[in-house]
Design a protein around this ligand. Structure first.
Ligand code: NDP
Length: 443
């Protein structure tokens, strides 16, 4: 039955490779659960689960500083609302298309379920590239984007957040335009807002911090800890930098990171203040980091970050960035844990190689769920009009990450796949969403 459903997905979503990959990975985990719980096959539940509830595509015209008009494409895929309002980030990057947004929305549905919070799954974005654009251009783009998207949003309907290319600046412009059009101060309609106008402490840090908390839990199952370990992250954006920061706080040394131009090796440990300044404030490339850091760091243009030996690898840049060849290099260099900060950064072949070699492997839908979980905490704070301290919010985040870890670990065990976090996450997410869909009838 699952093969048939997958064939249907391939035909119906022709050419959408990332979406196929994400669906296949989940379906491969399901035979064991459908055998034990045949009621989850009823009423075409799996067929409904792989079909988004709604897919929106729209034109986003905007004018650059020289007066030229550009036309981008906007997307929002509202994938599944069985557990709550659609929730998931917006990505602004030239690679964004319907395929990418669907794969991300599908993953998000299971990830959000695993957090145990009342949020459904969605994702959106545009093929607009904010890189090299002035603040005014980014603002005009965001205003045009929101002028179409606002009618589909609402704190009980659909609540976007940031993702690649969408940080505090973009969320600010998007929220401003939403408020202007609707004449409502509906703080709970977007998350990732600034502190002082509805944002939550620890939201920028949450995905990276949560990733490291999950990694520490995995190590604990083997009686090990992060203290003293050598860590490599890929990317140098929001997720990568905050993962590096938390790993350092726990006593690890983060020796390398990357961006789309190359990677930097810094044997004594990355200078995170400098890295934040270069990547998040100056929006420069990593060669600038190496230049300013002096002899401590070496920059490798187009170099592969996975060639650098480490105990812990945290792919936190983009999808399918860690292939089988890279996985074999990591294994050869003695890696103990690979935990995904990005969404689906590890190819299926690489996952197989890592699992076969006995490396602990955490899929993004579990390991990077701290961001969306803290977004849900931001919604809670907005609803009750309070602001929690950084410490309170981080404590809640750590609790949630422990819960996600234990859910995946115990589910994998219960279904005869001990230590298999991929199976654990897929099965637990499927049961949570599937049970709710069954109870709510054929919709
Ligand atoms: P950012 O835009 O802040 O950073 C992305 C980083 O990845 C940048 O350093 C970018 O380099 C780098 N990068 C992009 N493509 C490549 C590539 N092909 N090779 C090497 N480096 C690359 O995004 P985020 O940190 O927010 O997101 C990263 C990943 O984490 C995405 O998959 C996202 O979906 C996922 N994620 C993010 C969450 C969040 O809360 N932000 C939550 C859960 C998942 P450059 O600077 O050159 O562009």
């Amino acid at each position: 039955m699952l093969e048939e459903i997958y064939g249907h997905v391939l035909r119906r979503n022709a050419g959408e490779r990332e979406f196929h990959q994400a669906v296949r990975e989940v379906l491969e985990s399901l035979p064991v659960v459908l055998e034990r719980r045949p009621e989850l096959c009823q009423a075409s539940l799996v067929e409904r689960l792989v079909e988004p509830e709604r897919q929106l595509m729209f034109r986003v015209p905007w004018t650059d500083d020289d007066g030229h008009v550009h036309v981008n494409r906007g997307f929002r895929v509202e994938f599944n609302s069985a557990l709550g309002p659609y929730k998931g980030g917006l990505r602004f990057h030239p690679s964004v298309n319907l395929d990418i947004v669907k794969f991300l929305g599908f993953e998000q549905t299971f990830k959000n379920a695993l957090t145990g919070m009342p949020i459904g799954g969605g994702k959106g974005g545009s093929d607009f590239d904010p890189k090299g654009r002035s603040d005014d251009e980014v603002m005009r783009f965001c205003q045009s984007f929101m002028t179409e998207l606002y009618r589909h949003l609402g704190e009980h309907t659909d609540v976007p957040a940031g993702d690649t290319g969408v940080g505090a600046r973009e969320i600010g412009y998007l929220f401003g335009q939403y408020r202007r059009i609707t004449n409502r101060y509906e703080a709970g309609v977007l998350t990732g807002k600034g502190i002082g106008w509805g944002g939550s402490h620890a939201r920028p840090e949450a995905t990276g911090y949560g990733l490291v908390a999950f990694t520490a839990e995995m190590l604990r199952t083997r009686g090990e800890e992060l203290d003293g370990m050598r860590v490599v992250v890929s990317g140098s954006g929001n997720v990568a930098i905050h993962a590096a920061e938390k790993a350092e706080q726990l006593g690890a040394t983060v020796v390398a990171c990357s961006d789309s131009g190359g990677c930097v090796l810094d044997e004594k440990g990355l200078d995170l203040d400098l890295l934040k300044q270069v990547k998040l404030v100056d929006r420069e490339r990593l060669d600038v980091y190496a230049e300013r850091r002096g002899s401590a760091a070496t920059y490798r243009a187009d170099g592969r970050v996975w060639d650098i030996p480490c105990d812990v690898a945290l792919p936190s840049a983009t999808q399918n960035e860690l292939d089988e060849d890279a996985a074999r290099t990591l294994i050869g260099n003695g890696v103990r844990v690979v935990a995904e900060g990005a969404n689906m950064p590890t190819t299926p072949e690489a996952v197989r190689a890592l699992r076969e070699a006995g490396v602990l492997f955490a899929p993004g839908k579990a390991a990077n769920a701290g961001g969306v979980a803290t977004s849900a905490l931001e919604m809670q704070q907005n609803a009750s009009r309070v602001t929690w301290s950084f410490e309170t919010t981080e404590d809640r985040l750590s609790e949630i990450m422990r819960h996600i870890h234990d859910t995946c670990y115990e589910t994998a065990d219960r279904y005869g796949r001990p230590g298999d976090y991929v199976a654990g996450a897929n099965i637990a997410g499927f049961e949570l969403v599937g049970d709710a869909m069954l109870a709510q009838g054929v919709i």
